[in-house]
Design a protein. Structure first.
Length: 135
């Protein structure tokens, strides 16, 4: 994929388990966190550890989420939008209840990203309804 910030033709993938980052642009040094779903997103996206997310959002290099919906039968992206990091703030993050005592990771606290709190101006569509969005 191209870099939504500077337009570089490709962005680099981080190694697995990079905290709150999947891709990076070698030109402008922006980080991107990919969230994908078959079908459309609802008002929230279940994500990883709450504490890790909050620390990452407070850092100077907080990521830009890329949200991708796809149709597996057609093998196509139906919607793809970027939430610029200026809009990806702590008020979009909701703490989930800790995992119960019988869970493998008892006490672990995850989070949700509240897409319903992102203003329309904070969603930059690249693909919408299976069509490229003109610049």
């Amino acid at each position: 994929m191209f870099c939504p910030n500077c337009g570089r033709a490709d962005i680099s993938r981080y190694a697995n388990n990079q905290p709150v980052a999947d891709f990076s642009c070698q030109t402008c040094h922006e980080d991107y966190e990919l969230k994908s779903k078959k079908g459309r997103f609802g008002p929230t996206i279940v994500d990883g550890a709450y504490g890790t997310m909050m620390r990452r959002l407070e850092a100077s290099d907080n990521p830009n989420p890329i949200c991708m919906n796809y149709d597996l039968n057609r093998r196509s992206v139906t919607d793809l939008f970027v939430v610029p990091k200026q809009f990806f703030t702590a008020d979009l993050i909701e703490e989930r209840p800790p995992l119960g005592p019988n869970a493998r990771r008892a006490g672990w606290i995850g989070c949700k990203i509240r897409l319903d709190r992102v203003p329309a101006s904070g969603r930059v569509f690249v693909v919408r309804e299976n069509r490229l969005v003109p610049k």
